[in-house]
Design a protein around this ligand. Structure first.
Ligand code: 13P
Ligand code: 13P
Ligand code: MG
Ligand code: MG
Ligand code: MG
Length: 361
């Protein structure tokens, strides 16, 4: 029977500022999943920066009310402790007061996939802080459509036909499916605009699910800035899908993403070990971690902290150089986000204050 892998995340409050998660919150999350998670096969609680991820396996399918409620109740229990400790932005990502069937649209980020577990089922779960779902577009494109990244697209007969990408328009709430390599150029028009179009799913041409990202945009739901939607991504690997090393290779050249300082700056995404996932410089730069698991009848064998590899040291070094350079631009674009993306700002207030000072010219 099919297994569902659910990754549900939220920022429940930062320790200190927006840099990390307090250990008490992780303990509470583990305790909640252990005590209330009868329907789970297995779980793993982790964090990146100030975001908590609940990694859960079960047989309830995607969008299960039971699973979503469990995640919601877990985040609520963590919020209670976050309030006691007066952590920064306690309950930041919980936008609603009461649970109503599905956690999507309530603030937390969700990525879920249901599949028949293969003879061997390696999965990589990417988790990121100080960025947003569009940050996955470039690496997903590399993993599943770029033969300079993924050798298997050329030399593995079971991958040679390419993949299907579901692209989601976060402003209009619409989706479209592109076939690659046939429609690469059409797709790139959209996925290059990372603030609006997100790759939400990747399928094989036989409709086997290969990757799922979290694509909610919280500020669009809330109608105002309340932190970035630090995203997660699940990728299945090997055997007709990209190898683990091909999936990780997509992060070897740090790309620029939105979400640094106040969610309002562009910076390089640094692949780091879990230990190094504490973004402090100018509240960043943006971090990505990769947790590898082998599934065994839904049991999570792992994690392997995949970016710990010294082979990513030069990517880190390059990212730090890019970070130094971007910082020299200060309040100027493109370090500062373009106006329409600038969410956390004195700008609306300033516009109002200066509105009578502007003269027609
Ligand atoms: P091994 O020979 O180490 O199993 O590697 C096979 C492979 O596909 C690596 O990408
Ligand atoms: P988070 O989305 O990680 O909470 O970051 C918010 C912020 O303003 C950092 O400067
Ligand atoms: Mg935060
Ligand atoms: Mg965060
Ligand atoms: Mg956030």
């Amino acid at each position: 029977s099919k297994i569902t892998l659910s990754v549900i995340k939220a920022d429940i409050g930062g320790y200190v500022g927006h840099t990390d998660v307090h250990p008490d919150l992780l303990e509470i999350a583990k305790k909640m999943l252990k005590e209330k998670g009868d329907m789970l096969i297995d779980f793993h609680v982790t964090r990146v920066g100030d975001d908590i991820q609940l990694i859960m396996t079960h047989r309830e399918g995607v969008d299960s009310e039971k699973i979503h409620k469990l995640a919601w109740d877990t985040f609520l229990a963590c919020t209670e402790r976050a309030r006691e400790l007066k952590l920064y932005g306690a309950g930041q990502d919980l936008l609603k007061d009461s649970f109503s069937g599905n956690i999507k649209g309530m603030g937390p980020g969700v990525a879920e996939m249901e599949f028949e577990e293969r003879k061997s089922e390696p999965v990589v779960i990417f988790i990121a802080d100080k960025t947003e779902p569009g940050a996955w577009n470039l690496p997903l494109y590399k993993m599943f459509a770029d033969p300079f990244n993924t050798a298997g697209l050329i030399i593995d007969p079971s991958m040679h036909q390419g993949f299907k990408f579901e692209v989601y328009d976060m402003y209009e709430g619409k989706k479209i499916v592109f076939n690659t390599p046939e429609e690469l150029y059409d797709m790139l028009v959209f996925i290059g605009a990372t603030g609006r179009y997100c790759i939400r799913k990747v399928y094989t041409k036989n409709n086997e699910i290969a990757a799922v990202s979290s694509t909610q945009r919280m500020n669009l739901m809330a109608g105002k800035y309340i932190g970035k939607d630090d995203p997660v991504l699940i990728v299945r690997c090997q055997n007709g899908l990209p190898a683990v090393g091909e999936v990780l290779e997509a992060f070897a050249n740090p790309h620029l993403v939105f979400g640094w300082m106040r969610g309002s700056h562009t910076g390089p995404m640094i692949p780091v070990s879990l230990e190094d996932a504490v973004p402090t410089r100018f509240d960043g730069p943006p971090r990505v971690c990769a947790l590898g698991f082998q599934l065994k009848e839904g049991k999570l064998i792992g994690p392997q902290d995949l970016f710990k590899d010294i082979a990513f040291d030069s990517a880190r070094k390059k990212a730090l150089e890019i970070a130094d350079y971007m910082r020299t631009l200060g309040p100027f674009e493109p370090h500062r986000l373009p106006l329409q993306e600038l969410e956390y700002t004195t700008l609306p207030h300033l516009m109002e204050k200066l509105k009578d000072r502007w003269e027609k010219d």
